[in-house]
Write a protein that binds this ligand. Structure first.
Ligand code: FE2
Length: 433
């Protein structure tokens, strides 16, 4: 157990005030975390930490810092567990010098005794996270801050080379991914994000590439050979982005932006959910199970509204549709006489036409099952990708909740087909003949 004078009742409040006052004027950072130098990484880490703390504070204010108050849903974690887990992961790679995620890999003990029993996501089953004998939220927040400050200290003494910076880039990416997960949790639990992080707020991630509003409808590409993935020597790469390799792309056309609510409404109005021919067999099973007749969180077909976090709002017609499962995305495409892009097509389009191909407001389903690239080897975080190959779908892009430093056209996210709690939409594509 971390034993210091920091564990007093006033500490969590003091900590959060300190954090809120230290939001940088330059937030959000726009340098990719993959190539950032130690100073830039330190800045990004501070931003990620502040964001996690602000999001946690919103959840705590709604009473969700107590695990017993959090619904046991497979798509969320108890927030107190999640924030402790992010700090534990940062400590594991950044301070304890673990070469891998194997339980015996840490070279130094944790600042918080028993943290390995509580926060290792490989050994603590999801369901068990609701019943752990965790320390108080004050103690866990103190642990988070202590780890954060020590990681920063160590990072600023690190040599500026990719090998030395790898653990810091990894733990930053991990913290940011859990930041995104906190946003999903807020949406799932109906809690409003802190004002600094609301969509469109100055400190929120930019959505300039977001694919909203009028503009070019389609981009055409000729057949080409394209190198997918991240080649060696280009900074940090996730294991699933390696090895970069050539792929043939047949000519295709692709939407310049994600499908909007207005477009999706046409599908609904045309009976899209009632016509089984638009739905795959798995999609029909999903619909029978969920009784879904519109995207998650939509209500009132007479004058469509949707729930955004804690608020019911009029459906914004020109925003990309979000909270749709893969099945809904596929059904829309079938109705429109189109298809989802493969992840190769998506990445090729995003990298070849960065100005015209607009992305970043919602994640986007692709037609590709998440699979290993040739020559795949698990990275130090061994369970990051390998357990999900074959069972998850590749999702590309970023959402409004994604930190700016994480956005990259090569980045491969992955989810199960039924997930509609996340900020995910899609665009359509067609093979050129
Ligand atoms: Fe994690």
């Amino acid at each position: 157990m971390l034993t210091c004078a920091l564990f007093n009742a006033a500490f969590p409040l003091v900590s959060l005030i300190w954090i809120a006052d230290n939001v940088s004027d330059t937030w959000p950072m726009t340098v990719s975390f993959r190539n950032a130098d130690p100073l830039q990484l330190a800045d990004a880490l501070r931003q990620a930490h502040v964001r996690s703390m602000l999001l946690f504070r919103s959840l705590a204010a709604a009473g969700f810092d107590v695990a017993g108050s959090v619904p046991r849903l497979p798509v969320i974690n108890p927030p107190l567990w999640e924030i402790g887990h992010a700090a534990w992961f940062a400590e594991w790679y950044g301070l304890r010098e673990a070469a891998s995620s194997a339980p015996s890999a840490a070279r130094h003990p944790s600042l918080l005794s028993r943290s390995d029993d509580w926060f290792d996501s490989n050994t603590v089953a999801h369901d068990a996270r609701w019943t752990l004998p965790l320390p108080s939220s004050g103690e866990i927040l103190a642990y988070c801050r202590e780890v954060h400050e020590r990681v920063l200290e160590r990072l600023l003494r690190s040599p500026h080379d990719d090998a030395a910076l790898y653990p810091f880039r990894l733990l930053l990416a991990h913290e940011n991914m859990h930041g995104d997960a906190f946003f999903y949790t807020l949406q799932t639990l109906g809690v409003r994000p802190p004002s600094q992080l609301q969509e469109g707020a100055p400190a929120a991630a930019p959505v300039a590439q977001g694919g909203e509003g009028a503009g070019e409808e389609e981009i055409a590409f000729d057949s080409a050979a394209f190198r997918i993935g991240v080649p060696p020597g280009e900074g940090f790469a996730f294991d699933n982005e390696q090895h970069a390799h050539l792929r043939e792309v047949a000519g295709f056309t692709i939407d310049a932006q994600a499908v909007s609510n207005r477009q999706y409404l046409e599908f609904i109005a045309d009976g899209g959910y009632r016509h089984p021919q638009f739905w795959s067999e798995a999609g029909r099973r999903w619909m029978a199970q969920t009784k879904r007749q519109a995207p998650a969180y939509w209500q009132d077909p007479q004058a469509w509204r949707c729930r955004r976090f804690a608020d019911d709002i009029a459906l914004p017609p020109e925003e990309p549709v979000r909270h749709v499962s893969l099945f809904e995305a596929e059904a829309y495409c079938a109705w429109a006489g189109r298809r989802l892009p493969t992840e190769t097509e998506w990445e090729y389009a995003a990298r070849s036409q960065p100005g015209r191909f607009r992305w970043g407001r919602v994640w986007e389903w692709t037609a590709s099952v998440f699979e290993a690239y040739p020559g795949f080897e698990p990275g130090p975080y061994r369970e990051y990708s390998a357990p999900f190959f074959g069972s998850h779908q590749s999702v590309r892009g970023a959402s409004f909740a994604t930190a700016a430093c994480m956005r990259a056209p090569q980045y491969r996210n992955f989810y199960r087909a039924h997930r509609d709690d996340i900020f995910v939409g899609f665009r359509t594509c067609a093979t050129a003949y």
